[in-house]
Design a protein around this ligand. Structure first.
Ligand SMILES: C[S@@+](CC[C@H](N)C(=O)[O-])C[C@H]1O[C@@H](n2cnc3c(N)ncnc32)[C@H](O)[C@@H]1O
Length: 179
């Protein structure tokens, strides 16, 4: 093995350790939404949506890039805590745009959602529970919440789309009720 090979393998190992350790800390890996889920999420959002669309835990960017292309009048904010997927999607956005996409490395619990028009997420049961109080406190009435796979316990979905895939994946649509 020469020095170049050793550096490449070392960097790959560091990236893997970073992804695995953050996944263990936050409770979920940066597993991307499928193409069918991306399409279902896009279809759930009204065509003329303006304002802010959040992806809470934007991973490698599999949802935020198509969202930014589909909703040019909106600003898409991807919030991702894991360094490697955040860095990869950030570099892609810096190189190729689109200009209505903002990607931040943060814990979404520390981000105010008050100005959101739409919130998208693909998390896990405990992650959804941890967001319920935040949604109730910060989101405006009628804000649309779209969750890939996982429900918001205690909330009645406005609609549930079942994907034609091997898991029959549900895509939940919720509206924030009047306070
Ligand atoms: C299953 S992936 C979904 C990625 C992307 N939204 C998609 O649908 O393709 C969930 C992502 O949420 C991120 N995540 C989990 N908890 C987070 C938190 N508190 N703040 C920011 N990101 C978080 C994880 O690092 C992971 O990349």
């Amino acid at each position: 093995m020469n020095a170049f090979d050793a550096i490449v393998i070392g960097l790959a190992l560091l990236a893997l350790i970073s992804i695995v350790s953050t996944s263990l800390q936050v409770g979920i890996s940066p597993m991307p939404s499928s193409r069918k889920a991306q399409q279902a999420i896009i279809s759930a959002i009204p065509q003329n949506t303006e304002g802010l669309i959040f992806d809470l835990g934007s991973g490698w960017g599999n949802v935020i890039f198509p969202l930014a292309q589909s909703f040019p009048l909106a600003t898409i904010r991807g919030i991702e805590i894991s360094f490697i997927p955040w860095g990869a999607s950030k570099i892609r956005a810096l190189l190729f745009g689109p200009s209505n996409l903002v990607i931040e490395r943060s814990n979404f619990q520390d981000i105010s959602l008050e100005s959101a028009e739409v919130v998208v997420c693909y998390l896990f049961p405990e992650g959804m529970s941890s967001l319920e109080a935040k949604f109730q406190k910060e989101l405006k009435p009628n804000t649309l919440i779209i969750s890939n796979t996982f429900r918001l316990a205690g909330w009645e979905p406005e609609d549930v789309i079942t994907l034609d895939d091997i898991h029959q994946t549900p895509i939940y649509h919720y509206r924030v009720p009047l306070k």
